[in-house]
Design a protein around this ligand. Structure first.
Ligand code: GLY
Length: 569
């Protein structure tokens, strides 16, 4: 295998050329327009909501509002109005690419040690359960922002399918029933009344109605931002949170702002990568991993060398998460360095092709890592004009904090757990913390959500996934599959493996690594762990567009719930 193909100079000039090339690509309209619109999401009803709005004359941005809000209704364990999200947009008319950051923020009364006891130890569950665990939601503001700045339809039209699902109900499905059976008891009284009325979890097929949530969405539809962040809904939210022991104030809601950020960009072979900037850690790691990979000839690697190499690359990318990454409005993130090809070359210098590098032998950084869950939700939308949205949204752990502010129908996030509680102390995802991601009033907590757009001269792929820190390696492996020619279904179904520096463990889905390969990888010094958890964690939602033929395809991860939908051609 070719160890170090020095591509640095080439990559440097590629970066400089990328912006004009992208613009040319977008404006010149090279190739065929999409032969149909597509939505891939974690729930068929949410995908249908997107298509419904497209067929009413909406664009991809209107459809994104519809899908996002519908997911909050029909997949209440994954995301919703009580949480936040990232929306990566591409506008076909002028090539604009923008990252709409609707991440939650810490309340004004939050402080660094708020989840520690007098001895300085984290209070078990304090950052995960109940309203004290909830950041100020960003999703409602993001939806209003999309409608006001990018959509074609009134917000009310785009929210209509979600309001209908909440008002009229939708049939409970196996996955929801399974999760409710496990978790309903730990939900707040108000949430239990909605999701387990009369103390009974609904059976599969039984209609689940959420009239309070429908009313809140109607107010949002009618009043826009003020419908959630000011007035009756805001007052009810603040009263509910404070009554339950939380620290939100009316000012926190009034002060919440969506931030538009420049997406991160990179290039691997002939593929331009557009992805999430901080406060996501995902895009930085994704670009860094592809930069490292650029120095190797992966095509000529045997399977064991390939897995070894990708594992070592994952290990090195994750090493940097703890010390360097946090909310860029609060700390200086060394983005240029972390995403620079020279930096990747330095990382490659320690990488041996014949030996795993123990994580604790990589110097100068604090360990960081997190395990994810199947919570959080990604969706991808492409419309007939070539507008695109890759969006990932969350309330963090399943059903978030479990707390529903009485009368609102809004299940609140427990995103405060994504902050660092205490240096060296793992959080609920086994995140070992760092100062860069400490709690401060108004600060956004670090995320792993990685909505991504890949593109060559001939094609496009929109993708993303839930899965905590595994989001990053799931998106990395799926992106690599696309680079290597895989279609949407193969990208979504490919078996996965994952390494995140700490713990020093190569996790893999049972069918990702054969027994012989496992033995060979152990021989290289890897600590392998077959993982069922890894199997359940991701939920890739992918849309692809072949620009030579105009053909549009889409796929949802076959491991979990989710189905794509298409407009008629
Ligand atoms: N709450 C999961 C994430 O933002 O990565």
């Amino acid at each position: 295998m070719n160890r170090l193909n020095a591509l640095h100079a080439v990559r440097g000039s590629c970066r400089a050329l990328m912006v004009p090339v992208l613009l040319l690509w977008a404006v010149a309209g090279l190739g065929q327009t999409p032969n149909r619109a597509a939505v891939a999401s974690a729930n068929p009803l949410a995908s249908e909501a997107g298509i419904e709005v497209l067929e009413q004359g909406g664009n991809a941005f209107d459809a994104a509002i519809a899908v996002s809000a519908a997911l909050g209704v029909v997949e209440p364990y994954g995301s919703g109005l009580g949480g936040g999200g990232f929306f990566l947009l591409h506008r076909a008319s002028d090539g604009l690419e923008v990252f709409v950051d609707g991440r939650e923020t810490a309340p004004g009364a939050a402080f660094a040690d708020m989840y520690l006891d007098e001895a300085g130890d984290p209070v078990p569950g304090a950052s995960r359960n109940g309203p004290l665990a909830a950041g100020i939601p960003g999703l409602p503001a993001a939806l209003v922002h999309l409608a006001e700045n990018y959509g074609r339809l009134p917000l009310a039209d785009s929210l209509a399918p979600a309001i209908r699902y909440a008002e009229e109900g939708f049939p409970a499905y196996e996955e929801l029933v399974r999760r409710l059976s496990r978790q309903a008891r730990s939900l707040s009284e108000g949430a239990r009344a909605v999701f387990a009325p009369g103390g009974e979890v609904p059976a599969a097929g039984e209609l689940l109605r959420q009239p309070d949530l429908a009313a809140t969405m109607r107010t949002l539809a009618r009043e826009g931002r003020d419908g959630f962040y000011r007035g009756a809904v805001a007052d009810t939210l603040v009263d509910g949170v404070q009554g339950g022991g939380g620290i939100w104030s009316a000012e926190d809601l009034l002060n919440y702002r969506v931030v538009e950020r420049e997406p991160l960009t990179g290039r691997y072979h002939d593929v331009d990568i557009t992805t999430a900037p901080p406060p996501s850690a995902g895009g930085v790691a994704l670009i860094n991993m592809f930069n490292m990979l650029s120095g190797y000839d992966l095509a000529s690697a045997d399977r064991v060398t390939r897995v070894h190499l990708l594992t070592e690359i994952m290990r090195r990318a994750f090493r940097d998460r703890g010390p360097y990454l946090g909310d860029p409005d609060f700390i200086d993130v060394p983005l240029d360095r972390l995403t620079h090809p020279y930096y990747a070359a330095g990382q490659r210098a320690s990488l041996r092709i014949d030996r795993a590098t123990p994580s604790d032998s990589l110097p100068g950084v604090q360990p960081a890592g997190s395990f994810g869950g199947p919570q959080t939700s990604h969706f991808s939308v492409l419309d007939r004009d070539g507008n695109m949205v890759a969006a990932t949204q969350t309330i963090n752990f399943g059903f978030g904090s479990g707390f529903m502010a009485p009368g609102t129908g809004v299940l609140l996030n427990n995103e405060m757990d994504d902050f660092s509680m205490k240096p060296g102390q793992p959080n609920g995802y086994q995140l070992l913390s760092a100062e860069a991601n400490s709690i401060q009033p108004g600060k956004r907590m670090l995320s792993s959500m990685t909505p991504t757009i890949l593109r060559t001269e001939d094609g496009v792929a929109l993708l993303g996934s839930p899965g905590g820190s595994q989001i990053i390696t799931i998106v990395f492996l799926a992106s690599l599959a696309w680079v290597e020619g895989a279609d949407a279904a193969t990208m979504a179904s490919n078996p996965r493996f994952h390494h995140q520096y700490f713990p020093d463990r190569l996790m893999f889905e049972p069918d990702a690594i054969s027994a012989e390969e496992e033995e060979a990888l152990r021989g290289l010094g890897h600590n392998l762990a077959r993982s069922r958890q890894l199997r359940g964690n991701g939920n890739l939602q992918i849309v692809t567009w072949d620009r030579r033929s105009g053909e549009v395809d889409a796929a949802s991860d076959p491991r979990v719930v989710g189905e794509p939908r298409f407009s008629s051609p």
